[in-house]
Design a binder for this molecule. Structure first.
Ligand code: CUA
Length: 316
């Protein structure tokens, strides 16, 4: 079974994964056994009972109690096992242990944001302690997304205006991929993140280091920090820095240049324009581009916005 797992399934990296996989294999292998049995019997009967001469008469058989009870009771037992087992695995996945470590998750076109109990925030990276149950309390700031970690065998829709939950316990340190599995617009397929599992001690020191959140690392120049932020906040999912158009206009050669707007007017892309476009993206939409960007009001600090502007300046 382990060999099959390695071949066909992603690595099982959570405590829930084993049980889910066993059920998965039971459903599939019992289905496979029945299919092979049925097809085998069909082929045997086709050969054995084929019409052998032109005047052969088919015997009249009304029913066979023993046979009918057998082919009803065996499948009944199999589906009852699947029901009971499935219910147990389902409940295990749905109900988080009381002592779970809680992280808030926000889905937004097209990034995953994580907020920790001490105020630390990350984008695109979920940091968790190894060997402890972690409960995610999730919501969306725009459309329906879905939080999916194949390695943990967990998936849960993330909705605007309502909280949903999912939990897992990853015993070993390491990394796993997060995908969005609900089509949420142009860059849906880029809406990915990583779960980074630390040893408890390492996790605590990571948490302490990141408690401040939103201030510039000392060893970086503002423009360098801006570049890092543009990656982290997934700006670059929609805005290229090489002159090519993506969902949004490119940042190359943007600063201090004239930009044509959708209402026919033009604007100079100075600091105020860029700041406004980050905080109120619908205010001045560039001609030829859809009005789909989210506001970053209340998410990016002034210092962070300044750094991103500094970075855009370097792209001229
Ligand atoms: Cu978010 Cu697809």
């Amino acid at each position: 079974m382990d060999a099959l797992n390695d071949l066909l399934l992603p690595p099982a990296k959570s405590t829930l994964a084993q049980n889910t996989d066993s059920l998965f294999w039971f459903v599939h292998l019992s289905g496979l056994a029945l299919t092979i049995g049925l097809i085998g019997v069909i082929i045997y009967f086709v050969v054995k009972y084929r019409r052998k001469s032109d005047d052969e008469v088919t015997p009249l058989i009304t029913h066979n109690n023993k046979l009918e009870v057998t082919w009803s009771v065996i499948p009944l037992i199999i589906v009852l096992i699947i029901f009971g087992w499935g219910y147990q695995v389902f409940m295990e996945q749905r109900v988080a242990p009381d002592d779970a470590y809680e992280v808030n998750v926000t889905g937004q076109k097209w990034i995953w944001q994580f907020t920790y109990e001490n105020g630390a925030r990350t984008n695109g990276e979920l940091h968790v302690p190894a060997g402890r149950p972690v409960k995610l309390i999730m919501n969306s700031s725009d459309v329906i997304h879905s939080f999916y970690v194949p390695d943990y065998r967990i998936k849960q829709d993330v909705l605007p205006g309502r909280y949903t939950e999912v939990w897992f316990n990853a015993p070993e340190p390491g990394e796993s991929n997060v995908f969005c599995t609900e089509y949420c617009g142009t860059s849906h397929s880029d809406m990915m993140a990583k779960v980074i599992v630390h040893e408890e001690e390492e996790f605590q020191s990571w948490l302490a280091e990141n408690s401040g959140g939103g201030s510039k690392p000392e060893d970086l120049a503002p423009a360098e920090w801006g570049e890092q932020l543009a990656q982290e906040w997934a700006c670059t999912t929609c805005h290229s820095t090489d002159g090519s158009d993506m969902t949004g206009p490119t940042w190359q050669g943007l600063f201090e240049h004239e930009v044509p707007l959708s209402d026919g007017s033009t604007v100079t892309a100075d600091e105020n324009y860029i700041r406004e476009s980050i905080l109120e993206p619908g205010a001045k939409v560039v001609d030829g581009f859809p009005n789909v960007m989210n506001t970053y009001q209340g998410q990016l600090s002034d210092e962070q916005i300044n750094a991103i502007i500094e970075y855009i300046k370097t792209l001229n």
